[in-house]
Design a protein around this ligand. Structure first.
Ligand SMILES: C[S@@+](CC[C@H](N)C(=O)[O-])C[C@H]1O[C@@H](n2cnc3c(N)ncnc32)[C@H](O)[C@@H]1O
Length: 281
């Protein structure tokens, strides 16, 4: 099953692995999901295998290529990919002729897989770094650089728990982008009509204080499937627009993946429909 099918079992890492510093597994069951939880989940073996397979066998989606070439047509553009995982997008873009690509991810195991993939394919000049999108000022290798375009694809921005932390990432990426530069990212959509009933039930749980105590905000999901644990925040449209405006970005356009392209069965099995967002610095 793909990593982001949302109807899987609630995640059970709270019982399995108490968070560092927590007194016991019982107390960690109530500890909020944070960046450390998500990083540990992405470094877990099943998850690393899932994204490594995707980088080798799924590759760049038609919709991703369509949006990137629409807004960043110059193959000499300097591009930064946040949450690059095992290199699926960056390596795909290299094969499309983009030559100035830097990817970063906070999961060291995935960064290693991305480097291996580039090396296996004889790709040079593609840089993969370990960095946390919410603390970009601390990454000295990136702090002197500036980019024509910044990507955060396959919903990676929404895997950052806490709205203030997502805004910190948006601000950090804004600082690394040149004036007039492009920011392209994707999210799932909490307003998707097929999920209306489910969100109404979830809202009732939150109103009674009976939601999963590990969740940070309404719109969060945390679940387990064959590929490991996944944290995902599903925003609504006003939330995305407010977060872009609050962090200096100017909204340009949005479109769903299904509107942009008819993806292959391989891509559709790997991931659900999502919304592409484009903003400019
Ligand atoms: C859904 S995966 C996508 C991976 C890859 N871009 C792909 O499409 O196959 C999201 C990625 O974002 C990374 N990520 C999540 N939060 C991050 C953060 N705060 N800083 C850096 N990377 C982060 C995860 O480690 C993961 O590799």
């Amino acid at each position: 099953m793909e990593k982001e099918k949302i109807n899987a079992e609630p995640a059970k890492d709270a019982e399995d692995s108490p968070a560092p510093g927590s007194a016991s597994s019982a107390s960690s069951a109530f500890q909020k999901i944070d960046g450390a939880t998500v990083r540990a989940d992405f470094n877990a073996i099943n998850t690393v295998l899932h994204y490594t397979r995707a980088a080798h066998f799924v590759g760049l989606w038609k919709s991703e290529l369509a949006m990137i070439t629409r807004h960043l047509p110059d193959r000499n553009a300097r591009l930064l990919e946040a949450g690059c995982g095992a290199g699926r997008v960056a390596v795909g873009l290299w094969h499309q002729g983009y030559r100035h690509l830097t990817g970063f991810d906070f999961a060291s195991e995935l960064v290693e897989q991305a480097r291996n993939l580039a090396q296996e394919q004889g790709i040079t000049g593609l840089t993969f770094l370990q960095a946390d999108a919410t603390r970009l000022a601390e990454c000295h290798l990136l702090s002197d650089m500036s980019f024509d375009g910044v990507l955060f694809l396959f919903n990676g921005l929404m895997q950052i728990p806490g709205r203030e932390n997502r805004r910190a990432a948006l601000r950090g990426l804004h600082r690394l982008c040149k004036p007039g530069g492009v920011f392209l990212f994707t999210t799932h959509d909490r307003d998707d009509p097929k999920d209306t009933k489910e969100w109404a039930k979830e809202a009732a749980l939150w109103a009674r204080g009976e939601q999963n105590p590990r969740l940070v905000e309404f719109g969060d999901r945390y679940f387990t499937d064959d590929n490991g644990n996944t944290f995902m925040h599903l925003p609504d449209r006003p939330e995305v627009l407010a977060d872009l405006a609050a962090t200096g970005w100017t909204y340009v356009e949005s479109a769903t993946r299904n509107e942009l392209a008819s993806e292959t069965p391989k891509v559709r099995n790997f991931s659900d429909n999502c919304t592409f967002w484009v903003a400019r610095r």
